[in-house]
Write a protein that binds this ligand. Structure first.
Ligand code: SF4
Ligand code: SF4
Length: 506
């Protein structure tokens, strides 16, 4: 297929397609454009249900694989960074492929999002840009945009919520099952601002697309023209990787989360794996950093990462080489702590550290507070939804209270998120220098801002057994009778706590 003038941007509407087809089309058009075989293209589209992972994300962490398989919802990987999307017919997709303008990635995402917002404002549904890649109305998400670059060509794409099937969205994505309760669903709905709630009636799709197209044309200097036809796309199979094993460190960058997992043998890094919802270019920067680290002794890993970052600058939206180095340092700390605490590989995998600048043993030597989740108390326990424990010996929470009490620590049961925030704020005010705690790893990630706001170094332990994030409990959750009983790993707790000094029994 040929095109008339290289300066023309084709404008098309692909209507409703399989999510895999839409994704393959974008990827393949970007490649063709980079090779000079296809013109710039602005395409509107809608997708049948699918889960779209950001380029760097781990599917096991982001999607409910079993649910998606049961429901025939394909899991796909985008060429662009950012977080996971649940796609369906209720969203309007838009993809722009063009020669990459000379601007940082964060500025391009912002320009793209603001242009969409300007189009919506013309229709009476104004929205604000929310760094790094969202459009929001009063803090509620309306649209998200993403970017991928290949050899000087840029794909900017995104989705605009026309309506929102929040329940399927939450079931397909790995979000807390607590969010599937009636209250949780209402809260999730509250965080979204579909266009149907802002404009009644919804404008015709053709009108909406024309307004958005004009706005994008003005923002990117596009000369839009309709082609006579478009080639199709060949869908690519998504290969589900093996579930990750071993310990994984989490670092929260300004623009997203970054995880680092190290596979180690004989004091050397066999493999480093970085994953997360960050936006960066070149798109293969994290893979190249990982390849660079492989084979080096652990003692030289940070030095090697610094050398790589100096030689290979990365352009990120709220992400820099320093963020990758922080994540690496946390992963190294985690391995160091596992060795010093004498942890099994499973126990090491359950360790979650907060504060990359502080060695875990140092944190433990200053730890004066222990935080315990309510879900580790039996459902029948009178203390389940309140602080305190009678140490009756019928669950591991009693061990935690005893170990903390013997060391003169303040032991607190966390019964809900706001209480965690208040407890951490008080600890900050009291100048607590370190603490230990237990929570599920999903909570640590999704509610990371609470730990960040306090900024106190912490050694946290993942809990075992049922937790809010396991989908199979959703019916109880809908009925508001969710009674998950998690378990603390008493042996891991004992191994961690032994490094906390005795300061007189409380
Ligand atoms: S040990 Fe504490 S939390 Fe566990 S059942 Fe007994 S009183 Fe409840
Ligand atoms: S720590 Fe327990 S209550 Fe909190 S989110 Fe995790 S499983 Fe749910």
């Amino acid at each position: 297929m040929s095109y008339s003038a290289p300066t023309t941007t084709w404008l098309v509407d692909s209507h409703l397609q399989d999510a895999a087809w839409n994704q393959a089309f974008d990827r393949q058009w970007l490649r063709r454009h980079a090779r000079g075989e296809a013109p710039a293209l602005l395409r509107f589209h809608r997708s049948r249900p699918g889960v779209s992972l950001g380029r760097h994300q781990d599917p096991w962490r982001e999607a409910r694989i079993g649910y998606c398989r049961d429901k025939g919802i394909p899991i796909l990987r985008r060429p662009s960074g950012g977080g996971t999307l649940y796609l369906d017919e209720n969203q309007l997709g838009f993809s722009l492929v063009l020669t990459a303008p000379d601007a940082p990635l964060s500025a391009l995402l912002e320009r793209f999002a603001r242009a969409i917002g300007k189009g919506l404002a013309a229709l009476g549904a104004g929205a604000d840009f929310a760094f790094p890649n969202d459009l929001e109305r009063d803090g509620r998400k309306l649209a998200s945009v993403f970017a991928a670059e290949e050899d000087g060509s840029l794909l900017l794409h995104g989705t605009l919520l026309l309506q929102a099937d929040v329940q399927t969205m939450l079931e397909a994505l790995r979000v807390p099952t607590e969010k599937l309760s009636p209250d949780g669903l209402a809260a999730a709905r509250d965080r979204l601002a579909p266009l149907a709630g802002l404009l009644a009636p919804l404008p015709a799709l053709s009108h909406l697309q024309a307004v958005v197209a004009n706005s994008l044309a003005a923002a990117f200097g596009l000369d839009l023209a309709a082609p006579s036809g478009l080639p199709s796309a060949t869908t690519e199979e998504f290969i589900l990787p093996a579930p990750p094993t071993g310990c994984e460190a989490l670092w929260k960058a300004a623009g997203g989360h970054l995880y680092c997992r190290l596979e180690i043998a004989g004091g050397r890094c066999l493999r480093a794996v970085f994953s997360g919802d960050v936006h960066l270019r070149p798109g293969d920067w994290l893979e190249n950093l990982a390849a660079h680290l492989a084979g080096h002794p652990l003692a030289l890993l940070e030095e090697q990462a610094a050398a790589f970052c100096a030689r290979h600058p990365v352009d990120g939206a709220g992400f820099s080489g320093d963020d990758a180095r922080h994540a690496l340092r946390l992963a190294l700390n985690q391995h160091g702590a596992a060795a010093e605490l004498g942890l099994s590989p499973e126990q090491a995998g359950a360790l979650m550290l907060f504060g990359s600048e502080t060695a875990p043993l140092d944190t433990l030597s200053h730890a004066s507070v222990m935080l315990v989740p309510y879900c580790a108390k039996p459902a029948w326990c009178a203390f389940r939804h309140q602080d305190g424990c009678a140490e009756c010996g019928k669950c591991e929470v009693g061990d935690a209270y005893r170990l903390g009490r013997e060391r003169g620590m303040q032991v607190t049961t966390i019964t809900h998120y706001e209480q965690l925030e208040a407890t951490l704020a008080q600890m900050k005010e009291d100048r607590v220098e370190g603490y230990v705690g237990m929570c599920c790893s999903q909570f640590f990630r999704k509610r990371h801002r609470a730990f960040l706001a306090a900024g106190i170094p912490a050694v946290l332990m993942d809990i075992q057994g049922a937790n809010c994030y396991e989908l199979k409990q959703e019916h109880a959750a809908y009925a508001g009778t969710f009674q998950a009983e998690a378990r603390l790993d008493a042996e891991l707790l004992q191994k961690v706590v032994q490094f906390i000094p005795f300061r007189g029994e409380k």
